[in-house]
Ligand binder design. Structure first.
Ligand SMILES: *Cc1c(COP(=O)(O)O)cnc(C)c1O
Length: 396
């Protein structure tokens, strides 16, 4: 008999009842150190007092009003986002996949209204993840996500993940007079914490400038302070035309945003797009508090410092457990451990050791702790990961 909850997830038999900072308490009394943060969602840890306050204050005033009215909380958050980024304008969603849909629509309509309706193609990359809606799975194109769901939205070209000059030449060749946009995660999350070299992001920016294709960065996972900058692309010194943001921006409340330049967004006029819940007062009240806390330069410097501390610990973990781990990758607190065995095995051993991690593609174990994880919890996390690795060696 089919379970009452549609069985689309491989769930672990652990149920949590309470979260506090970097810790989760399970129903059965066990405590887990959370290095997954709901896949980079609980950016400020669980039950952050300032976020609880922002949410409950708003909950007592107003939960929902339609987007046919002016929503001051939305305007406030949009102002914070445009002041702290390249963007001139923002559309709010409830999730990451909805940001993919709008990014695609915005890019196509931009060229349509500019008198080039033939520009509908989008260059995307292997191993990408942009969400589970039909447009987003077509954009990512992975066999696992698209099989059986056809016909897919046409117009996507999938190129090798860019790491060098030859890849750059391939991208140049793939951008034609039919191309409307290039979409890329500056650091692939689901794909296995794969960082695009700064040179490649710069090269992409140049190609887009030369051809008029719009550059879309999917920062749903790598954004919101995770790399030690507010957004990951800032390290490369280039900006996109359109950026997708979700996960961390709500700190646990469902919230996403598409940020764009005035130029890229110029075709999105009244009636061209919408959402019932997108930008509702609850989400925006929390989002504004999250941005306020994370965009503080002192906070971001701490993320970078904690990232370096954790990385150092992970390097020695790799050195001590060469049968389990191969290398460390990532930036800031978006870290990956390339594994010698299936990362899901390490995740399971982690459950026994009381530490939560997330598997990704490319045999990588993802570590996405709260951005404000205390140093003592980083040390404890490393101890628990060490225990997990030791138990796997003994089992082998
Ligand atoms: C999680 C994720 C998405 C999709 O977000 P949902 O909120 O699950 O729809 C899109 N892009 C990236 C890079 C992600 O990590």
């Amino acid at each position: 008999m089919i379970p009452s909850v549609l069985p689309t997830y491989n769930r672990a038999p652990i149920a949590f009842v309470k979260g506090e900072g970097s810790w989760l308490h399970a129903e059965d009394g066990r405590r887990f150190l959370d290095l997954g943060s709901g896949i980079a969602v609980n950016a400020l840890g669980h039950a952050h007092p300032a976020l609880v306050q922002a949410l409950t204050d708003q909950a007592q005033k107003l939960w929902h009003v339609s987007n046919v009215y002016t929503i001051p909380e939305q305007e406030r958050l949009a102002k914070l986002l445009t002041e702290t980024t390249f963007a001139d304008t923002v559309f709010f969603t409830n999730s990451g996949t909805e940001t993919a849909e709008l990014a695609i629509k915005m890019a196509r309509k931009h060229h349509y209204e500019a008198g080039q309706p033939e520009r509908i193609e989008i260059v995307a990359f292997e191993g990408a993840f942009h969400g589970r809606s039909t447009g987003a799975i077509a954009a990512a194109g992975s066999e696992k996500m698209v099989k059986g769901f056809g016909p897919l939205m046409p117009g996507f070209k999938h190129l090798k993940w860019p790491t060098n000059d030859a890849d750059h030449a391939a991208i140049r060749a793939a951008i034609t007079d039919k191309t409307c946009a290039v979409i890329i995660e500056p650091i692939q999350g689901e794909g296995g914490i794969r960082v695009v070299p700064d040179q490649c992001l710069k090269g992409l920016r140049d190609l887009c400038d030369q051809t008029g294709a719009l550059l879309i960065f999917d920062e749903v996972q790598c954004g919101m302070g995770r790399t030690g900058r507010l957004f990951a692309h800032e390290w490369a010194g280039v900006t996109p035309d359109i950026m997708m943001v979700a996960k961390g921006i709500g700190g646990g409340f469902p919230l996403g945003a598409v940020l764009a330049t005035e130029h890229a967004a110029s075709a999105m006029t009244a009636g061209s797009h919408g959402s019932t819940y997108g930008g509702n007062p609850l989400g925006c009240a929390v989002g504004a508090k999250v941005i306020e806390l994370i965009s503080d330069p002192a906070f971001l410097a701490e993320v970078a410092r904690k990232g370096a501390l954790m990385r150092q610990g992970l390097e020695s973990l790799v050195a001590r457990h060469p049968q389990v781990f191969e290398a460390v990758r990532g930036e800031g607190l978006m870290l990956g451990l390339k594994c010698k065995l299936a990362p899901t095995e390490v995740v399971k051993a982690g459950y026994e050791a009381g530490v939560l991690t997330v598997a990704a593609a490319d045999n990588v174990l993802r570590l996405l702790p709260a951005l404000n994880i205390p140093d003592a919890d980083i040390a404890e996390a490393l101890t628990r990961l060490d225990q997990a690795a030791t138990s796997l060696e003994h089992a082998a």
